[in-house]
Design a protein around this ligand. Structure first.
Ligand SMILES: Nc1ncnc2c1ncn2[C@@H]1O[C@H](COP(=O)(O)OP(=O)(O)OP(=O)(O)O)[C@@H](O)[C@H]1O
Length: 833
């Protein structure tokens, strides 16, 4: 008879990695490194461990635990171990292999997790002492927990843990689970007959638990294209790309790159996985290594060949990524148990972007350039949009690199509410049938609310549905809703009765009206009361949509008696009710009010038809500007700034003041990015240039540009060098005779975000020269005074400048100005000033 496996035999890095990868991405944390322990603690490490012990003393267990400290296990596990060891009662429990902690509530669950950490430490201790013996033994499982009496069998409990955390398919998990049970059937023979009956009841219990605890998002994971909650056209688009680049493209022609973008949880990964499966393509995915930390340097036997553990060599993340790309590109995937690799078609997926690339995107760009030349299969990046825009994509894959490497881009949209509703209803019906009364499936209006609160994130919607289906949660919610609705009805009824009394209406009529209203507007009630669905996400609005909400300014007509009217002398200020709260719109755009005002300022003019209205709106914009402008009151009044600007613009526009406006119209008008970015950059550049070219005057840049240079421009004698002349011409005078056109504006797209820091600089610098560069040029100019050509380096402030996008008007050089206007520059003596 084969001896039962020892704890130490059931551990292996591959298994550990699988556990790690099965965790949802947001739950992942560096897994405890399972590298070999030195047989005795190094003298250097010993004191460090002793410091961690409870009471600081070298207790009996300390020396044997000491070697595991550098293994990468999180400190909280050791802290938990210390707590468990400090309690004598619990210590006894441990010795018996039982979990001494009560089960049942969240607190005890946490304690159990901590306890689990203690057990893990004990296990590693035994591993340490047995390491040499087991080095050559086959590794079959990762870790054996000690909740034997809790779930009946340790391996079963580990299966359950995996099931509740994993992201694998429900059916697959069930298979794994039953195979675990099968395996376990072999083990208890030793324990006698009674164990088999015990086991079958445990099996039944666990089956039930597994079904109950299974996250629905995994349980109802789509298996085919038809089940995907993604628009058919998007699936087709991705499928076409895959076919074209995997099956039709010659491998010798280099690698193709695709970026899949879209908001979180809109089904990007799910769609790709299903298509890949259906097309029979092998997917090789990059996952950021988790064992990289400084402690690995402490390991003396890192290169111990007896060791059965894989230790990540001391390399940078980028190097490891490069090596992965090289290998994935060159070799086929190893066939694992259960894999069927009947195809040589493959592609590489990177969803877990190495952090280093965010710090230094140029390293990624270099890798991409090389991959495009040498790659033999497609490389796909999945990048989730951030809350207010696609800044990650812009940072990692700027337009130039996309063009240079011919990178394709497929952008997913949030899941449409109708599709989301279908998926949720289907799950709700299935669960209602299976639940056996344990689950209360929310009604249709709650489902709709849930869809609204999830901002097109199907993962969040399904999770919320599962959570809200627990009986207690469900009843609490219903209660809350009922309270809110009754409060609203009460307010309405008092309001209505007040107005009906005022207008001499019969109470009968007012009652009828109230009923009609309640019937008609349940949704609005909930919206107005801002009830968020359980687990509802922070709704966000893309800048484009947020601006649209203010500028198009949609309104609803109030029922005649619902809202008071203004007195007749103020009737010109009468407006219908706004459909949105401007402050809420600004908040959801995730932008500072100041920046939002900037976008509004750039775009509001086109939405006005009357000059009087425009004049009023611009007045409000000015007031808003003053609120933000004065440093003294900025902090207090700043909050009102966006409010005044948005409400001012909305109210001033009479043509959009009512729900049905013949002149207002909702025809589409393009939105643009603020020219302020460009102008501000020019201003900063000019300040630097002025300081650099006219440093001898010892004047601040503002004074130089507004006082000195305009004066110098009127003198006839030339200055010392051409650069100075060109700059005076550029900054010190208005080009009165030249056509001074408006700059062509850059369109704002629906995915653009408005970030004032780096992004705003990006926007301006996208095709331009950074200020520091300009300054460098200025220095050059100064040193070679006779170099007339140098004047061409100067940026032009009153035209678009050479450093503007090609779409902008081209600059007029100083030479051009001088020829046209025949300017004479007099000599100017700085001492006289
Ligand atoms: N009908 C469905 N369509 C798409 N996904 C579904 C559906 N039903 C359940 N799901 C689950 O919803 C989740 C969608 O997440 P997925 O990883 O595909 O989104 P994503 O767009 O890649 O987001 P992220 O970038 O945050 O990972 C998956 O876990 C998937 O199993």
């Amino acid at each position: 008879m084969t001896a039962p496996q020892s704890k130490s035999e059931r551990i292996g890095p591959s298994s550990a990695r699988r556990h790690y990868r099965q965790c949802p991405r947001h739950l992942r944390r560096p897994a405890p490194s399972l590298s070999p322990a030195p047989s005795s603690p190094s003298p250097r490490r010993q004191p460090r461990w002793e410091a961690l012990q409870p009471g600081g003393g070298a207790s009996a267990w300390a020396p044997s635990l000491a070697p595991v400290v550098p293994f990468g296990c999180p400190l909280w596990i050791w802290a938990a171990a210390a707590t468990a060891a400090a309690s004598p009662g619990k210590g006894e429990g441990n010795a018996a292999g039982h979990c001494p902690l009560p089960a049942g509530d969240l607190y005890s669950d946490i304690l159990q997790v901590l306890y689990y950490g203690w057990e893990l430490s004990r296990f590693i201790m035994s591993k340490t002492s047995l390491r040499r013996k087991v080095a050559s033994t086959k590794i079959t499982n990762w870790v054996e927990p000690s909740f034997d009496d809790f779930v009946g069998n340790t391996d079963i409990s580990s299966a359950l843990t995996t099931a509740s955390l994993g992201v694998n398919n429900f059916h697959q998990r069930r298979k794994d689970f039953s195979s675990t049970l099968e395996n376990n059937k072999l083990l208890p023979k030793k324990k006698g007959k009674s164990s088999s009956s015990k086991q079958s009841s445990v099996e039944a219990n666990l089956n039930e638990n597994l079904t109950e605890n299974e996250p629905w998002v995994d349980k109802y994971k789509p298996e085919t294209q038809n089940e995907l909650a993604v628009h058919k056209k998007k699936i087709e688009e991705l499928e076409t790309w895959l076919k074209a680049h995997v099956f039709e493209k010659e491998p010798k022609l280099g690698g193709s790159i695709l970026i899949i973008t879209g908001p979180p949880g809109c089904g990007k990964t799910a769609t790709l996985q299903i298509l890949v499966k259906e097309l029979g393509i092998t997917l090789q995915e990059w996952i950021n290594p988790v064992f990289l930390d400084s402690r690995r340097h402490d390991m003396k036997d890192e290169f111990n060949h007896e060791s059965s553990f894989h230790v990540v060599p001391n390399q940078s993340q980028v190097t490891i990524f490069q090596e992965f790309l090289l290998r994935a590109n060159k070799y086929n995937k190893l066939q694992m148990v259960g894999d069927c690799l009947h195809t040589d078609k493959k592609m590489i997926l990177v969803e877990d972007m190495p952090n280093q690339f965010y710090r230094d995107p140029s390293t990624l760009h270099e890798i991409l350039r090389r991959f495009v030349q040498l790659g033999r299969c497609p490389l796909i990046f999945i990048i989730s949009d951030s809350l207010s825009g696609d800044s990650n994509q812009r940072l990692l894959f700027p337009k130039e690199i996309q063009e240079e490497c011919s990178i394709s881009n497929i952008s997913f949209n949030p899941v449409a509410p109708t599709i989301m509703m279908k998926v949720l209803s289907r799950i709700a019906v299935l669960e209602a049938n299976m639940g056996g009364g344990k689950i209360v499936v929310p009604d249709k209006s709650s489902l709709e609310l849930l869809c609204k609160g999830c901002s097109g994130d199907i993962r969040s919607a399904i999770n919320s549905l599962q959570f809200s289906s627990f009986k207690e949660v469900y009843w609490n919610c219903l209660e809350k809703r009922a309270q809110l609705i009754s409060t609203y009805s009460y307010c309405n009824s008092t309001e209505t009765s007040f107005w009906s009394r005022k207008k001499g209406m019969s109470s009968l009529k007012s009652d009828a009206l109230l009923k009609a209203k309640q019937k008609k507007r349940p949704d609005t009630i909930l919206e107005n009361q801002e009830i968020q669905a359980i687990g509802g996400k922070d709704a966000s609005l893309f800048l484009f949509r947020a601006l649209g909400k203010i500028l198009y300014c949609k309104r609803t007509s109030p029922m005649e008696l619902e809202f008071p009217r203004l007195p007749s002398h103020l009737s010109e200020y009468e407006r219908d009710i706004l459909l949105v709260e401007p402050e809420e719109v600004v908040e959801k755009s995730h932008m500072p009010g100041e920046l939002f005002n900037l976008y509004l300022h750039q775009n509001y003019v086109d939405f006005f038809t009357e000059i009087e209205d425009l004049e009023r709106a611009s007045e409000y914009m000015s007031v808003a500007d003053i609120f933000r402008g004065d440093w003294n009151s900025r902090t207090i009044l700043g909050e009102y700034s966006a409010s005044v600007a948005t409400r001012g613009v909305m109210h001033s526009n009479k043509s959009r003041g009512f729900a049905y406006c013949p002149g207002g119209g909702a025809s589409f008008r393009p939105l643009h990015k603020p020219q302020w970015f460009l102008i501000n950059r020019k201003y900063r550049e000019n300040c630097l240039a002025a300081k650099s070219l006219f440093s001898s005057f010892c004047l601040p840049p503002l004074c130089l540009q507004t006082q000195l240079l305009p004066y110098l421009a009127m003198l006839t004698n030339p200055m010392r060098n051409q650069a100075q002349i060109a700059f005076i011409q550029d900054v010190g005078r208005f080009p009165l005779r030249r056509f001074f056109g408006r700059l062509k504006m850059e369109a704002l797209t629906d995915k653009d975000s408005g970030m004032i820091d780096s992004a705003s600089d990006d926007e301006a610098n996208f095709h331009g020269v950074p200020p520091t560069k300009t300054l460098m040029h200025m220095d050059k100019i100064k040193t070679s005074e006779t170099d007339i050509e140098a004047s061409l380096f100067l940026p032009s402030s009153q035209t678009s400048g050479t450093d503007l996008p090609a779409s902008q008007p081209q600059p007029a050089t100083a030479q051009g100005f001088m020829e046209e206007e025949k300017i004479t520059i007099e000599e100017y003596d700085s001492d006289e000033m």
